[in-house]
Write a protein that binds this ligand. Structure first.
Ligand SMILES: NC(=O)c1ccc[n+]([C@@H]2O[C@H](COP(=O)([O-])OP(=O)(O)OC[C@H]3O[C@@H](n4cnc5c(N)ncnc54)[C@H](OP(=O)(O)O)[C@@H]3O)[C@@H](O)[C@H]2O)c1
Length: 331
């Protein structure tokens, strides 16, 4: 590969009145600057990728950019001596597909300060089955644990359970010794959730939270991908000193609750912002993911594999709430 050879990228043009995205040819020199040039092996599809790729969410802060907030591949050249040709590396978040070209391309040029050597215990494909979704689920558990969450306090409930973050959260919690419960809109996938380790599956449609600011507590903690009424309801049913990790807004960004869970039960609401996580926490979370928290069912969670041409179909399905598990993108 020379700097003038052409390769394919899924490129997003987010101009004010002309939003378009699709496969285009480009060259290494066209990529956002960075110290580490990587031949991409895999990327993945996250909710944010679907928002970016369709223009339904304002994700790109510069245009045009290659999509894909996750990337894993082989170093082909590096001006930073910390990396050499052939090294296997990954990046999740850190501005990919927001301020710089992302992982939906046969080549990527990465900033060395955010480039993580593939931890031993993971393959490049496994790293992208995890991707931002797995990193977010593990970061949730990491931050909850720092705030005193232990398995002895009781079960943790996961919302949006069949989604990428949800599926991986159930697997990771189970692997880490917690009892995981699942709330999902897809009763047809309860067997899948049980196979990942969920000890109870609750249909989203059957949930009734009651009317009071505090209701009988049901769970010791929660990992919430949904926001809105779901998150508001959860705040009222968490055991004393439990933690809720707020990861997502698949239903809504609003949160209407009271201070009662905070001042009478000591509940904590923990914000999860995976894209901007500090490097030392990033490294620690990836070490967990490759070792003691490595999900046991990655192949089951990887429900789909697509190439760059297959991306638009995956985006539409995901934004319609219809996807389950993780989609891996093979370059
Ligand atoms: N904070 C961060 O750093 C971070 C990182 C990654 C993702 N996220 C956010 O986390 C959420 C999940 O991301 P993902 O990549 O896992 O997406 P995903 O694979 O599409 O999963 C989302 C899941 O949410 C549930 N859902 C969808 N629409 C819903 C609705 N209207 N009401 C209630 N539940 C609904 C569905 O699960 P069921 O059918 O099983 O209920 C769906 O599978 C997204 O909001 C995403 O933006 C945040």
């Amino acid at each position: 590969m020379t700097e003038s050879s052409a390769f394919n990228a899924f490129r997003i043009h987010a101009d004010r009145d002309n939003y378009r995205a699709g496969v285009e040819e480009m060259r290494i020199d066209d990529l956002s600057p960075g110290e580490v040039v990587v031949k991409v092996a895999y990327s993945s599809v996250n909710f944010k990728d679907a928002l970016a790729g369709t223009g339904k969410g304002k994700i790109l802060r510069s245009s045009p950019l290659n999509g894909g907030i996750d990337v894993a591949g082989y170093v082909v050249a590096s001006s930073d001596t910390a990396f050499k040709e052939g090294d296997q590396v990954l990046v999740t978040g850190c501005g990919l597909s927001e301020t710089r070209d992302g992982g939906y391309a046969q080549y990527a040029r990465l900033e060395s300060k955010w480039t993580i050597p593939l931890p031993s215990g993971l393959t490049l494909r496994e790293a992208m089955i995890l991707g931002t979704a797995g990193f977010t689920a593990a970061l949730s558990l990491y931050r909850m644990s720092q705030n005193g969450q232990v398995p002895e306090m009781g079960p943790i409930v996961v919302t949006g359970a069949t989604g990428g973050v949800g599926s991986l959260a159930i697997d990771i919690l189970t692997r880490a010794g917690f009892e995981a419960h699942a709330i999902s809109g897809k009763i047809e996938h309860f067997d899948y959730l049980i196979s990942l380790g969920a000890k109870q599956c609750i249909s989203r449609k059957d949930l009734y939270w009651g009317q009071r600011p505090l209701e009988t507590s049901r769970w010791a903690g929660a990992i919430d991908n949904v926001g809105g009424d779901m998150l508001a309801g959860l705040t009222r049913v968490i055991h004393p000193y439990g933690n809720i990790a707020s990861c997502g807004l698949a239903a809504a960004p609003e949160l209407a609750t009271t201070v009662m869970p905070f001042i009478l039960r000591g509940m904590s609401l923990i914000g999860i912002a995976s894209a901007g996580t500090a490097r030392e926490i990033r490294d620690a979370v990836w070490q967990h993911l490759a070792n003691d928290w490595k999900p046991g069912h990655l192949d089951r969670i990887a429900t789909r594999e697509v190439d760059l041409d297959g991306l638009p179909g995956v985006f539409d399905r995901m934004l319609g709430g219809g996807s389950f598990g993780r989609t891996v993108v093979k370059l």
